[in-house]
Ligand binder design. Structure first.
Ligand code: S3P
Length: 430
């Protein structure tokens, strides 16, 4: 099993241009290219395990993928091909859930499967509402867990009020009716989740409107959509590890270049700012999405309570827990029970690992409490979760750290270690 040993370090001044491309937008650009009848051009597609798996799925469904030094060209098939093999989503909930919505109205038989972590994650949140509109999907435990078998069928429009703010559920439902139902569908979520699906599909000519009741209206688009011509900016969730690294280190500054600044994705930076961090955004582009540089400097942090807009910072909470551990006073995270069903049970994995580092914590059903102190060098386990591995690698800057089971980092941020090496010395082992 691979491990990393990180040496303590501070005092750095860096400009990073190579933060991994946005994962959410990469998955979507591969899948959405199948909604057009012309080739899509995608620049800066994320070359990580999760998104490369999605590309392979798109290829198995009949798309032609060509790559040159500038962009990825995805030529969609005339009709989706029934694959003669299972479709491997690897570790990615986004791929599996979006594919459920996309495939449930396509002619043919499709099997989705994933790794040992993905097969433990709940799929009924998409399967149930999809079955209600006529989808034929089955899986383990009455369709709750993968592998999932889908027999494409005609679906009806819906009026669905989702109990959770989830962009994966929202996107699956949008994809299920966009090219198949003949009436408008309505989707409502408790709070707005990340909105890349709406933005990108509207950019491709679909009509998806958020009305005055905060419901999303999905108009059927029976004609093929326009192809995508997109540049994918850096992922704010990946950039955030280095924002935390800088905020908790002494005498340090970092410039994170060309990061996606969509308001539904930078809430963790806003929380870190409210904790006292010196963070500035320099906006450079606002075409499809807001994109810019983020400048972070060493700061004295104070504890904070986080209980709102959780969907906007759910992926960054493990890294934020490291900042909370270095802050003065108590921090609380609540209303975050979704953390329990991510790549690991992130309430448990954050709390257990912080305790190993000598930080006082309390576990709640829907979050945790952290008393800021000094993160001590320890040997921790990632539990196969990329964000836990990277968060604790960053924590190692304070007093050193051994992080076990670090293979998972390549699912979202393959050059994470190369960037961290610009800050400190790292021993990599197997
Ligand atoms: C994602 C949505 C979020 C997020 C995940 C990526 C997406 O999940 O945690 O990493 O690309 O739609 P949920 O929609 O389940 O909250």
């Amino acid at each position: 099993m691979s491990f990393l040993e990180i040496e303590k370090c501070d005092d750095f001044d860096l400009e990073i241009k190579s933060i991994a491309s946005d994962k959410s937008i990469s998955h979507r650009s591969a899948i959405f290219s199948l909604l057009s009848d012309k080739p899509s051009r995608i620049k800066n597609y994320l070359q990580a395990e999760d998104t490369l798996n999605t590309l392979k799925i798109v290829e198995k469904l009949g798309a032609k993928i060509e790559e040159n030094s500038e962009f990825l060209k995805i030529t969609p098939p005339k009709d989706i091909k029934e694959p003669d093999d299972v479709l491997d989503c690897g570790n990615s909930g986004t791929a599996m859930r979006l594919m459920c919505g996309f495939l449930s109205n396509k002619k043919g038989f499709f099997v989705l499967h994933g790794d040992k972590y993905l097969s433990q994650r709940p799929m009924n949140r998409v399967i149930k509402p999809l079955k209600n509109i006529g989808a034929k999907i089955d899986g383990r435990d009455e369709g709750s867990y993968s592998p999932l078998a889908i027999r494409g069928s005609k679906l009806t429009s819906f009026k669905y009020k989702s109990p959770i703010a989830s962009a994966q559920v929202k996107s699956a439902m949008i994809l299920s009716v966009l090219r198949s139902a003949d009436k408008i569908s309505y989707y409502k979520e408790p709070h707005l989740s990340r909105d890349h699906t709406e933005r990108m599909l509207n950019g491709m000519g679909a009509k998806i409107i958020t009305n005055e009741k905060s419901e999303i209206e999905i108009y059927p688009s029976l004609q093929p959509l326009k192809p995508l011509d997109i540049y994918i900016p850096s992922d704010p969730s990946s950039a955030f590890f280095f924002a935390v690294a800088t905020a908790i280190s002494k005498n340090s500054k970092i410039i994170l270049k060309n990061v996606l600044l969509n308001p539904t994705r930078i809430e963790a930076f806003e929380v870190l700012k409210r904790m006292g961090a010196d963070i500035k955004y320099i906006i450079k582009d606002e075409k499809y999405e807001i994109v810019g540089d983020i400048v972070v400097k060493s700061s004295k942090l104070k504890g904070i309570e986080v209980g709102e807009n959780i969907a906007w910072l759910i992926d960054e909470l493990p890294a934020l827990s490291i900042a909370m551990s270095c802050a003065k006073g108590k921090s609380v995270v609540k209303n975050a029970k979704e953390l329990r069903v991510k790549e690991s049970d992130r309430i448990k994995t954050v709390v257990d690992n912080l305790q190993k580092c000598g930080i006082k914590t309390k576990e709640y059903k829907d979050g945790y409490e952290i008393i800021g102190g000094e993160i001590k060098s320890a040997e921790i386990n990632s539990f196969g979760d990329h964000r836990i591995a990277m968060s604790f690698a960053i924590a190692g800057l304070v007093d050193g750290m051994k992080v076990n089971d670090t293979e998972c980092i390549k699912t979202s941020f393959p050059n994470f270690i190369d960037i961290l090496k610009k800050i400190t010395r790292i021993k990599i082992g197997n």
